[in-house]
Structures are given as C-alpha cells and as structure tokens.
Ligand binder design. Structure first.
Ligand SMILES: *Cc1c(COP(=O)(O)O)cnc(C)c1O
Length: 496
C-alpha cells in the first residue's frame, strides 16, 4: 500500500515519499507528514538480531513506499558504511545508570550524520524517479552541526550543489573550522552576521520566493532542503530508536514490551519527533523527555501550552540547541490539532507575525507523553564533570543537557524506567567547553592541545574528523549581512 505525505498547512496537497523528499517543504510553507504512521511489521525477536542496515530497511520501507527494494537498500548501504568508525553505527554505552545512545560515529562526529549520510542518496534517487533533470541546490541554515554533515554528505555528489549559511559568531571554533575547510567543487559556505534564527528565516524566505524559483528554473536549478524539516532526514532518525530498543532487548537489559524512556537534547525538534514516530510505530517508549538549554522555549511550551519566541536569544555552550523556532514542532502541533491543517496554519501564522501562539487545553492534554526539562550552563558543566569523575565517561555539552535533565526528572518523579539518552555529539566537537567543565585550569591551552588532553584523560581515540582539520586550509571565507543572503545565492548560481 502506498503511503502519501500531506502538508501540515493544506489538506489539499498530497505527494509521494520521493516527491516529499525532493521538495523538502510544501508549497504552502507547511511540512510534509505521512498520512499515517506505519506500524512495524517485524517482531522484536527478529529485530534484536538485525544489523543497523537491516533495521534501517525495515523502518524506511514502511515510510518510503515508492522506492523499490534495491533502490532503498542501495541508499542504505551507501550511507552506513566505513564512514562510521564502528560497525554498530549507533552503539549504546551504559554509564551511571543511563544508556547513552552514541549517534556521533559518522563522518562529522555529530548525530546529523545519521540522516545526512543517507539524504543525498534518497534525494538523487527521488530525482531520477520523478524525471527531474535540474541541478538540485541544497540550501541550508545551520546552527553548526547540520552544515558540516550536509556538506560532507553532498560534496561531489553529481547533480547537486550545496550552499550552507551559518551564524558567524554562533558556532564553536571546531565547527567553524570543519565547515570552512570543506572540499568539493559543489560546496559553498557563507557566514552571516546574525544568529541561527536569522539564517533559518533567510533560507525559508528563499524557499518561498516564487520569483527566485522562476529564475532558477530557467537556469536549470531547483532548491531542495537538507534541513531537519525534510522527511528524508526525519525518517532515517526513527531507525536508531528502533535499533536501540532492539539492542537493549538483545542484551537482556529490557524484556520485550517493557517501556523505556527517551531523553533528547532538543533544538529544532527533529530528533525527539523521530522518537515519537518510533513510539507510534509500536516501540514501547514511555516518556519522551525534551531537554533544552537556556533557550528554553520548548520547556515553557510543555509547561504552559504557550509557545513564545519573544525573548532574548542566549548563546550557550550547546550551540546546536540555541534555537527559538523549533521548526519540527509543527508536525506535532498538527497531530495534536487533530490533523487539522487549517488550525495548524493559523497557529504557525501567529508564530510568524506575533512570535507566539497558544494551544487549547485539549491539545495540551494530548501532550501527556512528553515532558520538558532544561539545564543551565552551570548545570551542564557540572554534569560533564560529575559523570567524568564518577565513571570516566566524557560527554559533550549537548548530551550533558539531556543527561542533567534525565537526573532531575528521575529525582522529581521517581520514574525508574530504563532510559536512553540521545548522545548527539562527540566531546571532541566541543572540546573547549567540555575540558573547561572538567577542569578550570585548561584556559591557556590551544584547541588542538585540548584535543590531545581530552584523548589522554578519556582514553578515546581522536576521531578522524578532528585529525583532518588540524592542518586543512580554509577554502571558504564569504561573510554577508543577514539581508544579503539572496544576493550571494544568485551570484553563486550565476543568475540575475
Ligand atoms: C542538531 C543538534 C541537536 C538538536 O537536534 P534537533 O533535531 O534539532 O532537536 C542536539 N545536539 C546536537 C549535537 C546537534 O547537532
């Protein structure tokens, strides 16, 4: 049976999976959602014995129903290969009572690799299936990790070009170095003077710009999105929650059917939404715990039912979560609004014009399985230090937000269900913040001295992704104002 995707803002728009992947965003500005979330059709005993790639196929075939078996397997095998430094792809590491699901073993050592290593293949396959001959231009706004992971995924993929915008003063030095040293003739990296929301807003505006679309079409280009709103990113993220549950069953840590909780350090709401989809597919997930840093819009939303982005934007040590507009939340809003596109559109319009909206009590009641939490900068640093001192395990700042929220939640509720913490980046990606948390005496060391020190204290080998930027030359140095984004895109494409 074919599964179609519809827009969260318009009941009339309905497309196939491959079309949804190609388009990224619906014409009306809404996000594509599956008409229903499919139920897993393999039993847990079989899943428990499957590799990551096999699990990925079992999950994705249910969502991407217009892909042939060999097309999908081909995408999966090209994505989850030796680019990952472990055969398990997403290993689970137990420390201090929790299960850290390590999603950072890919090419750019952050969890974005889990989806962005497969998206280029899903996209080029989708283009072929739909007889698209235009060059596909990936336009992306990044809070740090998406950019590099997308660049790495798309570099030198024929028929594609990628343009990445990042906030000049809002990413870590290592994140910036990773991006501006990106190779590949089809890659283009631009810093903007503004924050992540400015970058994301600018990108969204270009996606909705009909005139620009026309000029591009005439020149043989079309946009697509690698941002986490693309269904081709969301679905691959569902896989690792299914996989993690199955692996815990295989290891005897969970019995089949026993509920586990999931804590996710959240920014754009993509990763935790994937966990929600996994739950809806039949994985016994209890609470979905949404962990925020000081930019705690989501925490406030779950507490009060009001989403309000009118507040100060705070730069934290977990920059990939420094976000005030969590785009993927729209998919959840749509769901709790009873799949009412008109109502969703009204709320999203209010967010755009007034910067806020409020959901009804009935909608709020439908959020019971979610729990919000947040951790301050001090708590994040304390969490990294304590976990290291107690167990020797070093986590990054984003993971530490979730880890701290997990502990606070446990204390507050007494909920003792086994818990997966989504571990979204390697500590090597945020070395300075991590090392400062462990010992305030590291201030004088350079970034790469700190990398070697982290290796010494953790016993974890320095990842390839870090080794290769030690000496790599800067290849991208364009910086623009936030209202200069469109100009720079047109220039790169040689139009207008
Ligand atoms: C992107 C990112 C997040 C936030 O994930 P969302 O899907 O946007 O909620 C958390 N941690 C790290 C390290 C990230 O790169």
């Amino acid at each position: 049976m074919e599964l179609y995707y519809k827009s969260t803002r318009n009941a009339e728009e309905k497309v196939s999976a491959s079309q949804a992947i190609l388009k990224g965003l619906a014409d009306d500005g809404g996000l594509f959602v599956p008409e229903q979330i499919p139920h897993l059709d393999v039993d847990m005993e079989r899943l428990a014995g499957m590799s990551y790639q096999e699990t990925a196929y079992e999950v994705m075939k249910l969502f991407f129903t217009d892909f042939e078996e060999d097309e999908l397997k081909n995408c999966i095998n090209k994505a989850y290969d030796e680019k990952f430094d472990t055969k398990e792809i997403a290993p689970v590491r137990q420390a201090d009572g929790a299960y850290y699901l390590e999603l950072f073993h890919g090419a750019t050592i952050a969890f974005k690799d889990m989806a962005l290593s497969i998206l280029p293949h899903l996209l080029t396959t989708s283009a072929k299936k739909n007889n698209v001959h235009n060059e596909i231009v990936i336009l992306t706004a990044t809070s740090g990790d998406t950019g590099k992971a997308a660049l790495a995924g798309f570099a030198d993929v024929p028929g594609t070009r990628i343009i990445v915008f990042y906030p000049r003063d809002g990413v870590s030095p290592i994140q910036e170095k990773q991006m501006v040293t990106q190779k590949g003739a089809n890659t283009f990296v631009v810093g903007i003077r503004g924050n992540f929301d400015d970058a994301q807003t600018g990108v969204k505006r270009m996606f909705g710009d009909k005139e620009l679309a026309k000029e591009m079409e005439e020149a043989g280009f079309q946009f697509s999105s690698a941002n986490s709103i693309n269904i081709g990113r969301l679905v691959p993220q569902v896989v690792y929650y299914v996989y993690a549950y199955a692996k815990l069953v295989a290891a005897g840590e969970l019995t089949v059917g026993e509920e586990m909780n999931v804590v996710v350090p959240t920014g754009n709401f993509g990763n935790i939404l994937a966990a929600y989809y996994a739950k809806n597919m039949g994985i016994p997930i209890g609470k979905l715990i949404c962990a925020s840093n000081d930019n705690k819009v989501l925490y406030d939303f779950f507490a009060t039912g009001e989403y309000n982005r009118n507040r100060e934007f705070i730069l934290t040590t977990s920059p990939s979560m420094d976000i005030l507009i969590s785009s993927n939340l729209e998919r959840l809003i749509y769901k709790i609004a009873g799949e009412d596109a008109e109502r969703t559109a009204i709320l999203m319009n209010a967010l755009q014009t007034e910067g806020k909206y409020e959901i009804t009590p009935e909608m709020k009641a439908a959020l019971k399985e979610f729990e919000g939490g947040f951790a301050t900068e001090e708590e994040v640093a304390d969490e990294i230090k304590k976990l290291y001192e107690n167990t020797g395990y070093v986590i990054d700042t984003h993971t530490a937000v979730a880890s701290r929220v997990y502990r606070e939640y446990g204390k507050k509720t007494g909920d003792t269900r086994k818990t997966i913490i989504a571990s979204t980046a390697s500590p090597y990606k945020f070395t300075r913040s991590v090392m400062d948390a462990i010992d305030s005496g590291y201030g004088a060391m350079s970034d790469f001295e700190l990398v070697d020190e982290l290796c010494r204290i953790s016993g974890v080998k320095v990842p390839q992704a870090i080794e290769e930027i030690r000496t790599a030359p800067v290849l991208h140095d364009t910086v623009v104002e936030r209202d200069g984004m469109k100009e720079v895109v047109k220039k790169n494409l040689g139009i207008g």
